[in-house]
Design a protein around this ligand. Structure first.
Ligand SMILES: [Zn+2]
Length: 400
């Protein structure tokens, strides 16, 4: 009797320990061919759309018409504002926000971010800066480098249409901006910046090259793993991470080898979206901390930097994440996959031709102290293990 009583109490406590909070886009439409539904989705947001896209090659593809046509049919006026050709800088955001401000945004206007992480981050930052005019530059609103201004007016509503499967920025509350002096990547962050609507049509990722597919796909996998192992992980995002990994791990090589494999493309787009929800709510870790510095100092593309740092990060954290590694391994095994996440990641790095060492990315050994200093952002604060500068230096020396 008393044992039953005790076990009931402890079960009760376990239930009570379930606690979480979730921030999500208001509406998500996902599926092959769903671009045909763009008109009705966009109509929920307004009548005039400021479009920011990420690729000139998209303009020449049939997708361009297939995206614009449903908008026109729905009576939406589309103003093409900018094409993002790189991860956005302060100047890119300021210039594009000024362009939108000159068009006198009013109620019924919204922004469309169409492209990879760079286009969507530019669009997210511009949606916020179009309505927040206390300072002429986004710099003043950035974490860590600005004058600490915060967004007081709601950003323009945003519709995110990713054309890569990686960053998950379609589901997050921040935009990553490159700062040049000092060279760092910093976030413009606000819960109001989560896109209001998201349209994910995995077919839009078919034109991505194998190298782009590998890097963005490994970014999504890194985000799922770092959120799962993060010190801020929580039950709902853990469930999303487990499912995202079950879908992505067996699909990434197929998407890399055969870009038209729609099942693999769908799995990767799905995993990327889940990784965005997970990281927005549970944080990341060392791979993303260091990737921010590699991007700012050495111009390494985000996905590639994460892919190189992931095996090092798992090894660094291994001793403090044993329980969750074995939980993940059991879950993979139960889904017919090899129950060895560390081995799987090493094997993927080889088969996707991900460089092994930091020097393969053009990093000079004497840059390592600056990389250590540049790694201390919001991402690093989620890492399950605290790392002193000395420890991080040793880790990066070994990875160099
Ligand atoms: Zn990432």
């Amino acid at each position: 009797m008393s044992m039953l009583h005790v076990s009931l109490i402890s079960d009760d406590r376990k239930q009570m320990s379930l606690a979480f909070q979730l921030l999500l886009p208001r509406k998500v439409v996902f599926g092959l061919g769903k671009r045909s539904e763009l008109g009705s989705l966009a109509s929920c947001l307004g009548r005039r759309a400021f479009l920011i896209d990420g690729s000139r090659t998209l303009h020449d593809s049939p997708f361009w018409i297939e995206i614009l046509e449903p908008l026109r049919t729905a009576g939406i006026v589309v103003e093409h504002i900018a094409t993002a050709s790189r991860e956005p800088t302060i100047a890119d955001v300021d210039e594009t926000a000024n362009h939108v401000r000159r068009l006198k945004p009013h109620s019924g206007d919204f922004l469309i971010g169409l492209g990879g992480g760079s286009a969507m981050d530019l669009a997210k930052a511009v949606s916020a800066m179009a309505t927040n005019t206390k300072s002429p530059t986004v710099r003043d609103y950035l974490e860590g480098v600005g004058t600490g201004l915060s967004l007081t007016n709601p950003p323009l509503p945003m519709l995110a249409i990713p054309t890569t499967a990686g960053t998950g920025t379609e589901a997050t509350k921040n935009a990553v901006i490159s700062v040049d002096a000092p060279p760092v990547k910093k976030s413009l962050r606000s819960e109001q910046m989560v896109p209001a609507a998201v349209l994910i049509d995995p077919e839009l990722t078919v034109p991505n090259s194998p190298a782009q597919t590998a890097a963005s796909g490994m970014d999504a996998i890194t985000q799922l793993l770092e959120s799962f192992f993060s010190r801020r992980s929580q039950p709902v995002t853990d469930a999303l991470c487990l499912d995202g990994l079950v879908k992505a791990l067996p699909a990434i090589e197929s998407a890399y080898q055969n870009g038209s494999d729609l099942a693999a493309r769908s799995a990767m787009s799905y995993a990327a979206f889940l990784s965005g929800v997970a990281l927005a709510n549970s944080g990341l870790g060392m791979a993303h901390g260091v990737a921010a510095a590699l991007g700012a100092i050495n111009d390494v593309p985000h996905g590639l930097a994460c892919a190189v740092m992931l095996p090092v990060t798992l090894k660094t954290n291994e001793a403090v994440i044993l329980e969750k590694v074995s939980l993940l391994n059991r879950h993979l095994e139960a889904n017919g996959l090899p129950g060895d996440i560390l081995g799987t990641i090493s094997q993927l790095s080889r088969s996707l031709a991900i460089p092994e060492k930091l020097r393969d990315l053009g990093v000079q050994q004497e840059q390592l102290p600056a990389i250590v200093a540049g790694s201390r952002g919001n991402s690093m604060s989620g890492n399950p293990r605290d790392l002193t500068d000395q420890e991080l230096t040793q880790i990066l020396e070994a990875a160099w």
